[in-house]
Ligand binder design. Structure first.
Ligand SMILES: *Cc1c(COP(=O)(O)O)cnc(C)c1O
Length: 418
């Protein structure tokens, strides 16, 4: 195999014994490939973030809910968040116990709340109307509340999840109404949480936001936990030398805030964070095949099988994923081309990577899309009646195994057999 452009995966020894060309032949493309070592390493980094005995990491499973990956996260001793009954279902199947799952609900029915409550799973509620619904249905129980501190952060307006322009959380100004509803239904507020947004690379805004949730927390006497939320960023521009989030500094600053709060609160309680992307993004890569190369009115298009049905982030968030190139055999032409890498979906917006300077790509090359482990497969779809890709795991011993089979044509027809 010829490595045409592989600066990042070489350094990480991502593919170990396998090569992308072999994997593409064995399993077909497009293909999600995960590296178990990297996943475990990220879990351990997050667990070690803060030097506080009651610190707990809840993996936000919406980033990637592949059952095998969830089992690994469970083995690493993390807890999990769920955003839906479906996620709860997968998490229980992966071996998480109810006490290690938090259902962070948003605009859900009483039945969905009941799905969690019946299984002994704590529900976090994010509006007064939902709190009243919860209280009417489950009086006398424990509940968590999601607050919106009024400031948000994030890499794209769609992932800023707190502040004055988002649907999430309860505004702290509504505290007296919160307390009324809690009292009316004899509820116990056992936890408060927030999530201000996704993908911060500097810790300032995150650390600052913990002041808000901690000051909100001081309103409640019976807390078991305060949850700071997720959003820990990863460097999507590795080959350009983008720096990683400084975890030791982040941890140090968080610890100061936690210590100050615990002293004032007078009792040790659990402090949680909810990383999704940080845990799952970098362990996942998509392999695709180049089926055509063409010039169209002055632009050079590289046509692949990675449409936005496979990876939605570039189209949804204008996100940047680095691209690497592998070739079964043949030499490398290092003179660079400016190319648009596109998929096979019938939409003009189906652009995976726009105007990239890369060594010459030819038909049949395998391209790798980096940092696709989070919000990758889980946001894939059957648009254009395309089959969802297979997923493969590279184990620490270097072997590869299928952890989810590719959709079949029968899968597309399954729900019509009524
Ligand atoms: C999505 C989400 C997270 C995880 O966000 P990341 O940016 O992937 O870390 C955490 N908490 C809540 C409530 C979320 O909705």
């Amino acid at each position: 195999m010829t490595k045409v452009h592989t600066p990042v995966t070489d350094k990480m020894d991502f593919f170990k014994e396998s090569t992308p060309v072999q994997l593409a032949e064995k399993y077909g493309t497009p293909l999600y490939v995960y590296n178990e070592n990297i996943l475990r390493e990220r879990c351990r980094e997050m667990k070690g973030l803060v030097d506080y005995k009651n610190f707990s990491v809840n993996y936000s499973a919406k980033a990637n809910s592949n059952l095998e990956l969830l089992k690994i996260v469970n083995e690493e001793g993390l807890s999990v968040d769920a955003m839906s009954p479906g996620e709860i279902h997968a998490e229980l199947a992966a071996g998480f116990t109810a006490d290690r799952i938090l259902y962070i609900s948003n605009n859900v029915s009483a039945d969905e709340m009941r799905f969690a409550v019946d299984r002994g799973i704590m529900v976090s509620i994010d509006s007064l109307s939902q709190l009243d619904l919860y209280g009417r249905n489950f009086p006398g129980t424990k509940v968590a509340l999601r607050f919106n501190p009024g400031v948000g952060a994030g890499h794209h307006e769609k992932v800023v999840t707190a502040g004055k322009k988002t649907k999430f959380g309860i505004a702290p100004e509504m505290m007296s109404q919160v307390k009324e509803i809690v009292k009316k239904h004899d509820l116990t507020v056992a936890g408060v949480n927030q999530h201000i947004g996704s993908l911060f690379m500097e810790s300032d805004a995150y650390v600052k936001s913990t002041d808000s949730i901690l000051s909100i927390a001081s309103n409640f006497e019976s807390l078991e936990f305060v949850d700071f939320g997720g959003g820990f960023g990863i460097p999507y521009r590795k080959s350009e030398g983008q720096k990683r989030l400084d975890l030791s500094e982040t941890g140090r600053l968080l610890k100061q805030n936690i210590d100050r709060f615990i002293k004032a609160y007078g009792r040790e309680i659990k402090i949680k964070i909810e990383p999704g992307r940080y845990i799952a993004a970098e362990c996942g890569i998509i392999l695709g095949r180049v089926h055509s190369v063409k010039e169209n009115y002055g632009s050079r298009y590289i046509g692949t099988d990675i449409g936005f049905n496979v990876l939605k982030r570039p189209v949804m968030y204008d996100s940047h994923h680095e691209i690497e190139i592998f070739r079964e055999k043949g030499s490398v032409d290092i003179s660079k081309d400016c190319v648009k890498i596109v998929g096979n979906i019938c939409e003009t917006g189906d652009i995976l990577a726009n105007d990239r300077e890369l060594p010459k790509i030819v038909e049949d090359d395998i391209i790798a899309v980096l940092d696709a482990g989070a919000y990758g497969f889980c946001m894939s779809s059957n648009y254009n009646n395309r089959l969802k890709p297979a997923e493969v795991l590279i184990s620490p011993d270097g072997s590869d195994k299928l952890i989810r089979r590719r959709d079949t044509l029968e899968d597309l027809m399954r729900n019509f057999e009524l």
